[in-house]
Design a protein around this ligand. Structure first.
Ligand SMILES: NC(=O)C1=CN([C@@H]2O[C@H](COP(=O)(O)OP(=O)(O)OC[C@H]3O[C@@H](n4cnc5c(N)ncnc54)[C@H](O)[C@@H]3O)[C@@H](O)[C@H]2O)C=CC1
Ligand SMILES: C[C@H](O)[C@@H]1OC(=O)[C@H](O)[C@@H]1O
Length: 250
């Protein structure tokens, strides 16, 4: 009798590109993909930091390389990535400038939308042409792409845009066998969020909205990243994988 077999979570033989891989969620994503067997290109601006991380990954027996790159410099993006073949792309590099609506400047807008949307869109455009059937694009969105939050109008708008481009790209690329999904974490302790929790009462206000009662840790996104990158999610595309402790279940 033939019993069904779970598709593999292995990424052996696949090449992955992770943006913003020098720290935080991007570093966690790069480690997760490397530990699952992928050859990972870690892209960020800090070449020295990337070299240290690649050395550590290689010392642990994984395949990794550094790519010093400002993902907002589209000339550099196209020079560095045009023609390169990746089966996995994690659009992670992102930023936030929490401010009351009335205090948001034009420069704030350009900074947040520029990195979180414009760079994601055109780096993906640069890479997707070489992506073979079976490839997976993972956009690191946020729970804030699905809910509103005070002082985060710009960030919520940017992540809502990421959700829209995820769905549209999934529809357009489906016939080529390329999947596009988003991962939507809640607050995770990273260098981005560390300053937020210095604000008295902010941590308590966040935990009050998370049914599982804790902040996310880097390890909480690693399994979901490997799942979305691997054949185990072969029929999953255009989806938003909430990794939010139940925040958006309210
Ligand atoms: N930390 C959190 O609570 C959550 C974060 N996110 C999203 O996850 C992603 C990563 O967030 P964190 O790890 O917290 O941020 P982080 O600020 O700790 O790390 C961001 C990474 O992106 C890189 N980066 C920034 N601008 C870049 C550029 N122009 N070119 C190349 N690399 C650049 C930084 O060097 C760094 O490696 C972002 O898209 C963020 O919106 C989503 C949900 C929760
Ligand atoms: C869960 C969010 O993405 C979280 O919200 C913020 O304001 C931080 O920037 C984190 O990204």
């Amino acid at each position: 009798m033939r019993l069904p077999t779970t598709p593999s979570l292995s990424l052996e033989g696949r090449c992955a590109l992770v943006t913003g891989a020098s720290q935080g969620i991007g570093l966690a994503a790069a480690c997760a993909l490397a530990q699952a067997g992928a050859k990972v290109t870690l892209a960020a601006r800090n070449a020295q930091r990337l070299d240290e991380l690649v050395e550590a990954l290689q010392a642990a027996g994984h395949q990794a390389e550094a790519l010093a790159l400002d993902v907002q410099d589209l000339v550099a993006v196209r020079q560095a990535l045009q023609g390169r073949r990746f089966e996995i792309l994690v659009n992670n590099a992102g930023t936030n400038r929490p401010k009351p609506l009335g205090q948001v400047s034009d420069e704030d807008y350009k900074a947040v939308m520029g990195l979180n949307v414009h760079a994601v869109y055109f780096l993906t455009q640069t890479v997707v042409g070489q992506m073979p059937e079976g490839s997976s694009i993972i956009n690191v969105s946020s729970q804030m792409g699905h809910v509103g939050a005070a002082n985060r109008s710009l960030y919520c708008a940017s992540k809502s845009a990421v959700e829209g481009l995820t769905r549209a790209m999934a529809v357009e690329l489906g016939p080529r066998g390329i999947r596009v999904n988003s991962i939507c974490p809640t607050f995770i302790e990273t260098p981005m969020t560390k300053p937020f929790f210095q604000e008295p009462g902010f941590l308590e206000s966040v935990l009050a909205k998370i049914p599982l009662g804790r902040l996310g840790q880097l390890e909480d996104v690693m399994g979901p990243i490997v799942f979305l990158a691997s054949p185990a999610s072969a029929l999953v595309t255009g989806s938003a994988l909430m990794v939010d402790g139940g925040w958006t279940a309210h």
